[in-house]
Write a protein that binds this ligand. Structure first.
Ligand code: NAD
Length: 711
């Protein structure tokens, strides 16, 4: 519950705001805070005002639950609260512990004095949402810590320990214990010295003879790093404006903030932010549903994925049995895990003692009876139904009642696996991405029989492992890989029609992907897709996919691991165009009777993206994904989709579904195209007819428009 507490400690009024979990400044808190400031002003015994947050946190900033609602704009706004703090004729001291971020930090900057606990963390994360600190942060921070430090804080967007600012004017005191009594004490000492007066940061003159040069250098740096990112450039403009009188600088900050709120980049980033927070919320799983215990885990199969998943569990401090079919494979798995940890130790990312502690939680075994008391077991054996069914029969026999039986299958039917046991309600899919110890995405596959508390436990596991969980229904490829197949299909058709792998990759990279599809194929191994296509062709006689990538694999060009793929890798890692591949493509075109044409980059981008979107629409319509933003999260966290673009479904909404539908129809007319796959999904047809967007069929909180973190 949001509230503001008013108490007296001698001649100090202690105002404590509370809005769990991080004391965000909701409209209710802002109003109550102003009232408390008024009360302190009117209280004749009060000589100073201490402002602090409850529960050991100062404030995480604006209340994201208010984003996009009228409450975020309603008076009193954050600016009003900051103006009241700075304008108070009784000195206001911020007592800071825990987090002090965004608008919370800007309030602290508006106070006359600041006392921080050593371990408190301050920061201005707005740039990560494509915004700038819009409530005076860009004007006050440079006046206290200098231009270079302020630029680093504002452009980095990170949380920084208060102790790093101990020697700056940002803090009057950095203390080990509770900052509230320290703030009261500071007030008493200042009073004794006759120095207890309001000090307005806005009245400090920024003394920096090299202001222009420092800002120019920062500008060149951010432009070189991310030329299309506007927000960092605007942040620098604001810091430069801190050289002007405060009122002028603040007006510039305001104007640029309002401008940034409207940029597609910020809209995309904000959508990504909200989509991630909405993911993992499941309509019929109440937030407080108690999960089953997750104290001990087991992993079956110590290959690529099993090893990575085991590392995730060990990192979370969960003792984990690792089971293999034979000693040699088990030893290889343990060595792989140790090798990954050792590399981290070597790079200074992990302390040797911590590495040893984690390895001490690993229990390698060959016998199912040894793992029977695990709370959850995650299977990561070969992707073959017969092998999986044999493993699940063993698990059914060996595991204690109530244990969760999870499978990491990428494509197999989780329902079929579940029904091979006598406890299908305990079976769930946990689809990790490779490398499992690094990739943030976890697709949780809800089977027809999966119990609600099992799903709640899988979601809890995701949180424990610091993953972003998205729930998917059962289908071939789940959300991500099912869509990816269509993306890959178009990428290969584009080669047949006239594009080169480097042109396709360059076009997607210019859109914002870290890597285009052919570089990704070379990195992941082209043989993976090859084996999927072989299976598809056996299962579905009419299955349509270019045979060009098969020809590449027949040449043994699996990618980086075989030294060559769509590209050559003379130095092992950096892709170089390949004459062999160019010849292969030319011969393939001849064989299938296609005269190459010039293809522009816009066609490449639209064909690849709309292939994703069309399948995404089917996935949404079938209820495989609960909301379009979940599909976006899968692509943002698992497939390198640029966060500034908000994900494929958000992108389609931003372009406008009528335009997307038009393009699909255009692509369907391509004589070489795959007309069937370009038929707009029924959901797209319906949404275009009703003038709606994908977001309107989602249960995610409103993502746009947002009037700003500091509004
Ligand atoms: P892998 O071949 O690297 O490892 C499989 C391991 O399972 C091997 O070590 C093998 O010895 C062991 N194994 C086989 N049968 C066993 C049995 N009966 N009992 C115990 N151990 C057994 O395979 P991987 O790439 O780690 O894939 C494992 C699973 O994860 C598959 O279902 C795969 O589809 C899925 N997956 C893979 C990726 C990926 O990128 N590699 C990504 C997501 C999901």
């Amino acid at each position: 519950m949001a509230n503001v507490d008013y108490a007296r400690d001698g001649t100090a009024a202690v105002i404590t705001f509370s809005n769990p979990p991080v004391n965000s400044f909701s409209h209710a808190v802002r109003g109550a805070l102003l009232a408390a400031l008024d009360r302190a002003a009117a209280d004749p015994g009060v000589r100073a005002i201490v402002l602090t947050g409850s529960g050991g946190q100062f404030s995480g900033g604006a209340d994201i639950r208010e984003f996009g609602t009228p409450a975020s704009l309603a008076s009193p706004r954050l600016h009003d609260v900051i103006a009241a703090c700075e304008g108070s004729f009784k000195p206001v001291i911020a007592a800071i512990s825990g987090v002090c971020l965004g608008g919370g930090f800007e309030i602290a900057l508006g106070c006359h004095y600041r006392v921080a606990r050593n371990g408190a963390r301050v920061g201005l994360p707005e740039v990560k949402l494509g915004l700038l600190p819009g409530a005076g942060g860009t004007q006050r921070l440079p006046r206290l810590v200098g231009v270079t430090t302020a630029l680093n804080v504002i452009l980095g967007g990170e949380q920084i320990p208060a102790r790093e600012f101990a020697d700056t004017a940002l803090f009057d005191r950095v203390v080990d214990g509770d900052p509230v009594p320290a703030a009261v004490e500071l007030a008493a000492e200042l009073e004794k010295q006759g120095k207890l007066v309001p000090r307005k940061v806005s009245e400090i003159t920024l003394e920096e003879p090299n202001l222009d040069a420092l800002c120019e250098f920062a500008l060149q740096t951010v432009k070189a790093k991310a030329p299309l990112a506007i927000a960092p450039q605007r942040c620098i403009e604001c810091v430069k404006a801190a050289g002007k009188p405060f009122v002028e600088g603040a007006a510039i900050e305001r104007r640029l903030f309002v401008e940034l709120v409207q940029t597609p980049e910020s809209k995309g980033l904000r959508h990504s932010f909200f989509a991630e927070r909405a993911a993992g919320k499941v309509a019929d799983i109440p937030e407080g549903m108690p999960p089953r215990p997750l104290d001990r885990a087991a992993v079956i199969g110590a290959g690529t994925m099993g090893s990575g998943i085991t590392i995730c569990l060990l990192n979370a401090g969960i003792p984990t049995w690792l089971l293999e079919s034979d000693r040699a494979a088990l030893d290889r798995g343990v060595a792989r895990i140790a090798g990954i940890y050792d590399a981290q130790v070597k790079k200074g990312k992990l302390a040797q003692a911590e590495r040893d502690r984690r390895m001490g939680l690993l229990l390698p075994v060959l016998d199912y009876d040894a793992i029977g008391s695990a709370d959850i077991v995650i299977e990561a054996v070969f992707e073959r139904m017969d092998v999986k069914l044999a493993v699940f029969a063993q698990l059914d026999r060996a595991m204690k009642p109530g244990a969760i039986l999870a499978t990491n299958t990428s494509t197999l039917d989780v329902n079929a696996i579940a029904h091979a046991t006598r406890r299908p309600a305990d079976v769930v899919g946990t689809h990790f991405f490779s490398p499992a110890n690094i990739m943030r995405l976890l697709e949780i596959v809800r089977g027809a029989a999966t119990a609600r508390d099992v799903l709640a436990t899988a979601l809890a596991l995701g949180k424990t492992l610091k993953k972003v969980s998205v729930v998917s229904g059962v289908c071939d490829g789940f959300i991500g890989n099912r869509m990816l197949e269509h993306y890959g299909k178009q990428a290969n058709y584009l080669l047949e029609e006239g594009a080169s792998p480097r042109q396709v990759d360059a076009a997607m990279e210019a859109f914002g992907f870290a890597m285009g599809p052919f570089k990704v194929g070379d990195l992941a191994g082209n043989d993976i897709g090859w084996s999927v296509r072989k299976r598809r062709r056996a299962e579905k006689p009419g299955y349509k996919f270019s045979t060009l990538p098969d020809k590449l694999c027949e040449m043994g060009r699996f990618g980086q691991k075989s030294g060559a793929g769509w590209y050559e890798y003379p130095d092992g890692r950096r892709p170089q165009p390949s004459k062999v591949v160019d010849d292969l493509i030319a011969a393939h075109r001849k064989e299938i009777g296609i005269a190459p044409r010039k293809i522009d980059d816009a066609e490449i981008v639209d064909r690849l993206l709309y292939a994703l979107v069309n399948e995404g629409a089917r996935i949404l319509d079938e209820g495989i994904a609960a909301r379009s933003s979940d599909i976006d999260v899968v692509y943002l966290t698992g497939y390198g989709f640029p966060a500034t673009r908000g994900g494929p479904m958000f992108h389609a909404d931003a372009v406008g579904l009528p335009m997307v539908q038009r393009r699909m129809r255009e692509f369907a007319r391509n004589p070489h195209g795959d007309a069937e796959s370009w038929k707009p999904a029924p959901l797209i047809e319906r949404l275009v007819a009703s003038g709606e967007s994908f977001a309107s069929v989602s249960s995610a909180p409103a993502s746009v428009p947002v009037k700003g973190v500091a509004a």
